[in-house]
Structure formats: C-alpha cells, structure tokens
Design a protein around this ligand. Structure first.
Ligand SMILES: Nc1nc2c(c(=O)[nH]1)N[C@H]1C(S)=C(S)[C@@H](COP(=O)(O)O)O[C@H]1N2
Ligand SMILES: [Mo]
Length: 326
C-alpha cells in the first residue's frame, strides 16, 4: 500500500464548477482505507459466486472488450458517519471502459443471482472497524443499464487515487458504490455482508408521519440535487445583465429546477436543459431587475420521479448563496 488510512480531496467549491466536464484538477477523491499501488500487468478481476464458469480477467482481457464511454455525474454521498449532513462533493466526468455485462456474459449468471457484490484491493481500518476489503453491492437489474469496469476518466488512464488500473462505475448511483481498484465480483442471492453495506451506507426511511419507520434503504440512487455556480459567494448585485445558473442532477434525471431570490420564500421555474447520458443538467434563469439589498439565492431540483430537494437535514438539502449589494 502506498498510503494507508482515510484520504479525501474536494478541490472545487460549487461556484468553481464552471465546466460541464470537470477537469482533472477538480475531480473529487474519497478513499476510506488508503490508496493501493497496483500495476496494470498484475491487476486481476475474479468473477465468482452464482456463475456457471468462475473466471479471472487480466488488464489486457479487459481492454479486449468493446470500449464504452459514459458521461456521468459523480457524487460522494458524504461521510457514512454523518449521512444526513448536506454536502456538495460532486463532479461530472466521462468514464471509459467495458460494460460489466459484457464481462459477465461468458461467465453465465445463474438464475438465483439477485445482487452483484464488488470488492477493491484496499483494506485496513476505518472508524474503528478492521476491513479485509472495501466491499459494496448493487441489484442485478441495474447491470443492463450502463455499469462499467472503467479504466479511463476524461480520456486519460485513471489516477491511482481514483482506482488505477480499473474500477467499477455505477452511473446514477452515489460514488460509494463505484468500487475502485476492483479485484473481485461475486454474484449472490442476498446483499453483501461487509461493514460498507451493513453498518454504513443505509439511510433511515421515514414513515408517512415523518417519524423513523425502523426500515432502512441502501445508499444507491442519487437523490435530486442542485448547486448555483453563478453568482458565487463573492458575487454581487452589480453583476447585472447576466444570468443565474448552475447544475442539477438525479438518478433518472431532473425535470424541474426552481430558483428563489428570497431565501426560499418564493420560487420560480428556471430553464433546464435535457440530459445527455447520465450527466448533470444546466439550469439558468434571467438576472432579476430588482436586486436591491443582500439576497439569499437558492435552487431546488425535482427528479423525473417527482422527488424534490428538501430544505435541510438531508445530504441533498438545498444549497444557498448569499449575494451582497455593491
Ligand atoms: N475500493 C474503494 N472504492 C471506493 C472507495 C474506497 O474507499 N475504496 N470510496 C468510495 C467513495 S465513498 C466514493 S465517494 C468514491 C469516490 O471515487 P473517486 O475518489 O474516484 O472520486 O469511491 C468509492 N469507491
Ligand atoms: Mo463517498
């Protein structure tokens, strides 16, 4: 291991996310157990569990499958130790790799399989728990969509901290599900048993009364979220004749974004561009005529399935920008 222990880097604030495709220097990086050092020629991916033919692939095998590219928003769900804290750890990148479905096809998935477990080569301690590996899972139905074993980000080989030489990418799911330094895939009938799928990364589900229901939901699909890029916190009412704009995203896409100029008292619809692949979507609204005193700007996205960004106490809670008069 090159590096042990937690490592995180969120180099860009929302107002710095000015590019549709986030450049490498603004990629988010989150590693729970350190950064393993793996050479491409020693990388192996073992496929096992509920398959007819357990198989081991090397890096050249991976490269021999058809290359696919997916533009996708990539978001960290925040700390698993504080899952309701709102965060904006996000970027939008083009992943290049092979469909996991293509790799699994020759292995023959057995009819009892319901989940795909995935493991990285990293191991060690996180939050007092000793972990033999970083292990996650996702439902088998998702495989047909666009799950990748990726070896490129924005056309470049992955950096070691982003999973070199190859990682899983589940577009539309929170980044935590996209296992880096991928070493093992297991087809199984039930959810995975490690701490990253049992102890952490399961949200409490509220009952209809807003009280805890006692049930939990895995941290899989990205909930609707948005950030205002312009104006930024140093923006000013004097920046007139411009537009207010930002990015909005959700698993399945966003079909409405509203902007408030008065700290959430009143809202009006912004224009939202259609989605390309699994990308974030640009929204914009004309600069208001009257911008008299300091104002609290907010944006609020609604996903295609009708879920709306909450105002507080959730990882996807509304993000606000205070704009001062000048
Ligand atoms: N093997 C492994 N994969 C991992 C992690 C990890 O700690 N180990 N962290 C996850 C989390 S929480 C996130 S948000 C994403 C971050 O991917 P990135 O560092 O390439 O942005 O990787 C995920 N995959
Ligand atoms: Mo994360």
């Amino acid at each position: 291991m090159e590096n042990k222990g937690f490592y995180g880097n969120i180099p860009a604030k929302p107002h710095e996310l000015t590019d549709r495709i986030t450049p490498q220097e603004k990629f988010i990086t989150l590693c729970h157990l350190g950064i393993p050092d793996i050479a491409a020629n020693s990388w192996r991916l073992r496929v096992e569990g509920l398959v007819d033919h357990p198989t081991t692939y090397g890096f050249n095998d991976l490269k021999s499958f058809a290359k696919r590219e997916v533009e996708s928003v990539h978001q960290c769900a925040g700390s698993p130790l504080n899952p309701t804290a709102p965060t904006q750890r996000v970027c939008n990148v083009v992943w290049g790799g092979a469909w996991l479905a293509d790799l699994l096809q020759p292995c023959g998935i057995k009819a009892q399989a319901r989940y795909i477990w995935s493991f990285g080569s990293d191991y060690g301690e996180f939050a007092g728990e000793t972990c033999d590996s970083y292990g996650k899972d996702f439902p088998l139905e998702r495989l047909a969509q666009d799950v990748l074993v990726a070896y490129e980000m924005n056309g470049e080989p992955l950096r070691s901290e982003n999973g070199y030489p190859a990682r899983l990418v589940v577009p539309g799911y929170y980044g935590t599900n996209s296992v880096k330094w991928l070493s093992r895939i297991r087809l199984a009938a039930q959810r995975a048993s490690g701490p990253f799928t049992t102890k952490w990364y399961n949200d409490d589900v509220e009952g209809p009364d807003g009280e805890p229901s006692g049930r939990t939901r895995p941290v899989w699909s990205i909930a609707p979220q948005s950030v205002i890029v312009f104006p930024g916190p140093s923006g000013s009412a004097a920046d007139s004749h411009r537009e207010i704009w930002g990015w909005a995203w959700a698993d399945g896409g966003v079909d409405r974004v509203e902007v408030s100029l008065d700290a959430g008292e009143t809202w009006s619809n912004a224009e939202v561009e259609p989605r390309t692949q699994m990308s974030w979507q640009r929204f914009s609204t004309a600069w208001p005529d009257a911008f008299a005193s300091s104002q609290m700007l907010m944006s609020r996205a609604t996903s295609r399935n009708g879920e709306i960004q909450p105002s507080h106490s959730r990882r996807n809670a509304i993000f606000a920008v205070q704009v001062e008069p000048r």
